[in-house]
Write a protein that binds this ligand. Structure first.
Ligand code: SF4
Length: 299
């Protein structure tokens, strides 16, 4: 896209699928580390996802929330964009992932083995979670189906504001974010552009019948309150997993929050324990480096 915002994102490593849309991919930090034989992301530990074979992408950078903890810049959003259809997105994944990883490979020099490089060029997982709200892309169900039918394991992360679209999507694992225990805290934390709290609850209620996860981004002094209210919402939703993850003081969120808002892992763990104590979930695993605790529904 020949715009200043997208040019800025290109410099940050974003690869755009078409000149007129904001559909983009960008390998995450863990993909780069795994490529060099280092640690993988907590999704490898929790769900067996090989980070160097994972494509992190989004079909749109648009979003209908302005979460304080979001690491993206709200200035980089394009109010008018032409959607890139699923087929050209799918067709370009290998090429753009290779282009993005080639830059890393050059920097990493001799640390990348031939075998790992070959694996990385043949990705198996797609995390639709780069930035923006994917359900604002009108062809999301078709895009997910296209990845599924070609053997990819699909992870879709949504803010839950669009339950009608969510109902039509069938990824391998559906995520819905829950950033607050009540409407008031939600509006303060996520600054939605509409009255979405009930819609998020509607989305949460769809999770019980699917392989799914609720993501709680815990921000110290903001939404780390009322664990029993989170527990009640989670109990009703019945998702397979809950990830309680500490906010990271990164990217553009540093303009909105302070380092003190970033909880230590022990704080995240204690909060997760309080949630687990008030509903039918048990702690399944945790990753100190990513400050995340995974809960699993007790059957
Ligand atoms: S919903 Fe996601 S992309 Fe949108 S502002 Fe919040 S964290 Fe950022």
């Amino acid at each position: 896209m020949p715009s200043a915002p997208c040019n800025a994102l290109r410099k940050q490593g974003y690869q755009f699928f078409s000149p007129a849309s904001t559909a983009a991919l960008k390998p995450c930090m863990w993909c780069k580390r795994a490529l060099a034989g280092g640690e993988m992301c907590y999704k490898h530990q929790f769900y067996g996802i090989a980070s160097h074979r994972c494509v992190q992408m989004t079909p749109t950078l648009r979003c209908n929330q302005r979460c304080l903890f979001c690491w993206r810049s709200f200035e980089h959003e394009m109010p008018e964009e032409m959607e890139c259809p699923p087929e050209p997105i799918f067709a370009a994944v290998h090429k753009l992932q290779k282009k993005a990883l080639a830059g890393y490979n050059a920097v990493l020099e001799n640390t990348v083995t031939e075998e790992r490089w070959k694996e990385a060029l043949d990705p198996k997982h797609v995390a639709i979670s780069l930035s923006g709200e994917p359900t604002l892309y009108s062809q999301l169900p078709e895009l997910i189906d296209l990845f599924n039918s070609n053997g990819y394991t699909t992870f879709h992360v949504s803010n839950g504001t669009n339950p009608d679209m969510l109902a039509r999507c069938h990824p391998y694992q559906q995520y819905v974010s829950l950033a607050a225990p009540d409407k008031e805290t939600y509006e303060k934390t996520c600054r939605p552009m509409g009255d979405y709290w009930d819609r998020i609850n509607e989305s949460l209620h769809m999770l019980g019948s699917r392989r799914s996860a609720v993501r709680i981004t815990l921000v110290s002094g903001l939404n780390d309150i009322h664990p029993e209210k989170y527990a009640a919402l989670l109990q009703d939703a019945g998702a397979t997993f809950v990830e309680v993850k500490g906010y990271m003081y990164l990217g553009y969120s540093r303009n909105r929050l302070a380092r003190e808002n970033m909880p230590e892992h022990d704080h995240v763990r204690r909060f997760a324990e309080k949630i687990a104590a008030a509903c039918d979930y048990k702690i399944r695993d945790e990753n100190r480096l990513s400050r995340v605790v995974c809960l699993e529904r007790e059957i």
